[in-house]
Structure formats: structure tokens, C-alpha cells
Design a protein around this ligand. Structure first.
Ligand SMILES: Nc1ncnc2c1ncn2[C@@H]1O[C@H](COP(=O)(O)OP(=O)(O)O)[C@@H](O)[C@H]1O
Ligand SMILES: O=P(O)(O)O[C@H]1O[C@H](CO)[C@@H](O[C@H]2O[C@H](CO)[C@@H](O)[C@H](O)[C@H]2O)[C@H](O)[C@H]1O
Length: 453
């Protein structure tokens, strides 16, 4: 194979992967940075992390340049073997003649148990590998009961990254689309673990890589090792079951409200806090709705009602702090020890700066209320409206108790803002679902318009 064909194989592996974020866009491979070998020369498999840089091309079909944009970095830990493995065709990235290894087959290392065990071992001994201008460093914050002999198994469910379970004890989340700098999920798990907050998985460790990008050295977090929750059941699935079986969910909703309040309290002490004027928050929300209406035509008639809802914030001061940022039932796991909250990376469409900026706690409260509405709308004929209303009041009661008139105004603005975000999310990802958030936007817009008329 020529070098161009090898690069094409690598590009295809990335763009066809479930975790590739640029589906439907024309992508080209603009660089590959190989981090240092994690294994001794001459031992198999030979393992290292490779960072693939992807650039998006302008959409030639529409003549628009809007589809191009900043490059993205994707991580593939690669396990090289001297001969093909009969069962791993699905995980094969490429076959190359490597200058150091000779002819080898490169596999996505998350599917190679030996390579996974090596990653765990590197974490447990806080290994650091350095080669010229690249490095990989592993950090251990708590070893728990880990011995390093735990059996690895790739998580089979839907996710945007790839997680490897180590026995019943730990989970290594290998980040796929990388962001330069420190990962928010690690940052929050680290802070909450330090505070002993049991609603969130304990952080055991993490690893990072550095490489040269043009003239500068860049660093990104590559993965985190956390406590694995035993017998964890996904909150979204449980909510749908409760609707289909016509069982109440209000007790669970109240417990979720209490868990969120505890997490917010801990985040307030570990991260910066501040104040925003209601006018500033309303202006940001208004800008978002105008942008959304340019993409989703059905929003256009609802804009005046939404602006009225946001304008009701004027004159208020909002306390802001680190929040979850994308709190919904799919980010909750029920375990025998109570509800656990996962995935503190915020809304995927926002920049890192937006996702780490202090925000109002009403963003997360609104997120969960929207999720009750989604669940109710997803199970036809199941008395969804009453179910969602009961969950709503129990969750709010669990979170805070009675809301003041000012808090109700803030909550409604954040619910509207979230539902607008969801309309765009659904248009882009699941057009069949768009009527769920659209109905919520219409209800809020029309009630605000009526109140103001
Ligand atoms: N600490 C944990 N213990 C057990 N399972 C977990 C844990 N964290 C996440 N999971 C499972 O992994 C899935 C994906 O996790 P998530 O953090 O949302 O990954 P991603 O960011 O890649 O989408 C969750 O839906 C849950 O089923
Ligand atoms: O991938 P993430 O979990 O970070 O979140 C994105 O995808 C979610 C869907 O998987 C999306 O959530 C929306 O749909 C849920 C039902 O599937 C519902 O419970 C949520 O309330 C609703 O917002 C989320 O918005 C998006 O950021």
C-alpha cells in the first residue's frame, strides 16, 4: 500500500467510528502525531497513542464555506501486532510497514485486552513516557482496591467516547474527540472526589498527552479512570419503564433533586462563583434564539413570546457557579446506593470556554424538567402529562422546596433556553423528535405572549 492509501484507511477508520463528531461533513486528514511508545522495544503488542487531526472541507454541493472550521483532534490508542488476529477485523485500523516495527497490523487498542491492561498498569504506576517533542503521562489520585489484574471489557452501550470496564471496580473513559487543555469531566470528578461527594464516581486517575502542533507544544487530557458503579440502571430507561408500567416516578425525581442540590453545593465551594445581571443573561438567550430561528423555521413565529420570557429577567441578579451543563435523565444512574450523576462536560455544541463558564443552577434544574417532558412525550397514551407534572413538583421539592416568584421567572427562562437548544439538537441529530421540544417552546412562548398582551 502507498502512504496515501494508508492515510485513507486511517481517515476512514476515524470517520466511520461511532464516536466521530463530524458525520455528514467532508473531512480530510491533515496530520497524525504519534505519542511515545508505552511498551518496551521488541515486546508485543507495541502500544502508543496516536492523535489524528481532521479538517473539514467547505461544502462544494452548496458552495458554502460554512461547513469548514477549526481542526479537530481524535485519539486512537493503537496496538500493533506482527500478524492479524482472526477475530479483530472490526478493530483493524491499518496494515503498515513501520520504520521501527516492520510490517504490522494496527488495532484500536481499546479492543485488545493486553493493551487495555497495559494502560491500567501505566496508570497504577504513574508512568511517564517522553520522546522528542511528545509525551504521555499517567496520574493516579486514588488506587481504590485495584490490583491491575482486573479483566478489561469495552462498554457496549451508546456513548461519544469509549469506556473500558475493569472488572467490577473501575472504568477507563478514553476520550475520542480531544480538546486542548484540561477536560471538564476530570476537573469536576477530581473536585467532587476530594470533597467526598458520593453522588459522583470517585476519580482514580487520568492520563494526558503532549505533542507539537505547528510551532507550539499542545497538551490534551486523554482519559480518566473512575469508580465503576455496580448494578447501575440508566435513569432514562427507568423513567420510560415507569411510564409504560404506569408506576410513579415522583419518589425517584425527589431523590434526583436532592442529589443535584448536593452536587451544586459542592461545585460552589470548588469552582469560581459570580453574579450576572438578568439583562445580560436575557441578551445571551435572545442571541441564541435568533441564531436558532435562522436554522429552524418553526421557531420564527415564537421569537417575540420567547423574548418576552427572557426580558422578564431584567432587574434581577443571578448567582452563577460551575454547573453540570447538560443535565438530563440519560446522565443519571440509579444504583443500590442511590442516584449517581455522570458526564460533566456540558452541551456538546458549546465551546470549552462556554461550558466551563459559571452559569445559573437553573440551567441544570431546567434540564431535568425538560427530560421529564421528553420521557412523557416518548411513551404514547401513558398519562404522560400527569406523570411529568408529578415528577416536576417532586424534583423541585427535592432540590429546593418552594420557589419564589423571581426564581420561577428564572426557571422559565432557562427552560425556554434549553428547549430552544433541543430544537436545534433534534433538527441536526434526530429530526423525528423535534416536535417534543418545539411543543415546549411554543407553550412557553405563547404563555409569555399572553401574559404580556
Ligand atoms: N461510573 C460509571 N459506572 C458504571 N457505568 C458508567 C459509569 N459512568 C458511565 N457509565 C455508563 O457509560 C455510559 C456512557 O457514559 P458517558 O459518561 O455518558 O459517556 P460519553 O461521554 O462517552 O457519552 C453511561 O450511559 C453509563 O451507562
Ligand atoms: O450526548 P449528551 O448526553 O451529552 O446529550 C445530548 O444528547 C441527548 C440525547 O441523547 C440530548 O438530550 C435530549 O434527549 C433526551 C432523550 O433522549 C432527553 O432526556 C433530554 O432532556 C433532551 O435534552 C441532549 O440535549 C444533548 O445535549
Amino acid at each position: 500500500m502507498t502512504e496515501a492509501e494508508d492515510r485513507q484507511r486511517l481517515l476512514s477508520y476515524v470517520t466511520e467510528a461511532r464516536w466521530f463528531g463530524g458525520k455528514g461533513r467532508s473531512a480530510e486528514l491533515t496530520g497524525v502525531s504519534a505519542l511515545p511508545w508505552l511498551t518496551e522495544a521488541g515486546s508485543w503488542p507495541a502500544v502508543r497513542v496516536e492523535i489524528v487531526e481532521i479538517n473539514y472541507l467547505a461544502d462544494t454541493a452548496t458552495g458554502s464555506a460554512a461547513e469548514s472550521g477549526p481542526s479537530e483532534f481524535y485519539q486512537i490508542p493503537v496496538s500493533y501486532r506482527p500478524a492479524p488476529h482472526p477475530d479483530w477485523h472490526f478493530a483493524e485500523i491499518w496494515r503498515i510497514d513501520d520504520p521501527e516495527l516492520g510490517p504490522v497490523v494496527g488495532y484500536d487498542a481499546v479492543y485488545d485486552p493486553q493493551a487495555c491492561q497495559l494502560l491500567l498498569a501505566q496508570l497504577l504506576r504513574q508512568a511517564r513516557s517522553h520522546d522528542g517533542e511528545t509525551s504521555t503521562s499517567f496520574h493516579l489520585t486514588d488506587r481504590g482496591a485495584l490490583t491491575g489484574t482486573e479483566e478489561p471489557e469495552v462498554f457496549a452501550g451508546q456513548q461519544s467516547n469509549t469506556s473500558i470496564m475493569f472488572g467490577q471496580l473501575a472504568m477507563l473513559k478514553v476520550f475520542r474527540r480531544l480538546e486542548l487543555g484540561h477536560n471538564l469531566d476530570i476537573e469536576v470528578h477530581e473536585a467532587l472526589s476530594r470533597d467526598g461527594i458520593a453522588d459522583v464516581a470517585k476519580l482514580f486517575g487520568w492520563f494526558e498527552g503532549s505533542w507539537r502542533q505547528g510551532d507550539t507544544e499542545v497538551t490534551a487530557d486523554l482519559g480518566m479512570l473512575v469508580e465503576r458503579f455496580k448494578q447501575a440502571e440508566d435513569g432514562w430507561g427507568l423513567a420510560l419503564d415507569s411510564l409504560s408500567e404506569r408506576k410513579e416516578f415522583a419518589t425517584e425525581a425527589a431523590a434526583l433533586g436532592r442529589a443535584l442540590a448536593e452536587i451544586h453545593g459542592a461545585l460552589r465551594t470548588s469552582f469560581p462563583t459570580g453574579q450576572l445581571t438578568g439583562a445580560a443573561v436575557a441578551a445571551t438567550m435572545a442571541e441564541r434564539v435568533h441564531r436558532a430561528a435562522a436554522i429552524a423555521a418553526p421557531l420564527r413565529d415564537l421569537v417575540p413570546g420567547l423574548l418576552r420570557c427572557f426580558d422578564a429577567l431584567a432587574g434581577q441578579q443571578l448567582s452563577v457557579q460551575r454547573v453540570h451543563g447538560d443535565f438530563h435523565l440519560g446522565q443519571t444512574l440509579r444504583t443500590p446506593d442511590g442516584w449517581k450523576i455522570i458526564d460533566f462536560e456540558g452541551e456538546p455544541a458549546k465551546t470549552l470556554a462556554e461550558r466551563s463558564a459559571p452559569d445559573s443552577v437553573w440551567r441544570d434544574v431546567a434540564g431535568m424538567l425538560r427530560s421529564f417532558d421528553y420521557a412523557a412525550a416518548s411513551v404514547p397514551g401513558a398519562a404522560g402529562a400527569e406523570w411529568a407534572a408529578a415528577c416536576r413538583s417532586a424534583f423541585l421539592e427535592g432540590y429546593t422546596g418552594r420557589l419564589s416568584p423571581e426564581e420561577l421567572i428564572m426557571l422559565q427562562a432557562y427552560e425556554a433556553d434549553k428547549a430552544v437548544y433541543e430544537v436545534i439538537y433534534e433538527v441536526r441529530n434526530r429530526p423525528d423528535w423535534v416536535n417534543i421540544p418545539l411543543a415546549a417552546v411554543a407553550a412557553i412562548a405563547n404563555s409569555s405572549a399572553a401574559a404580556g398582551s
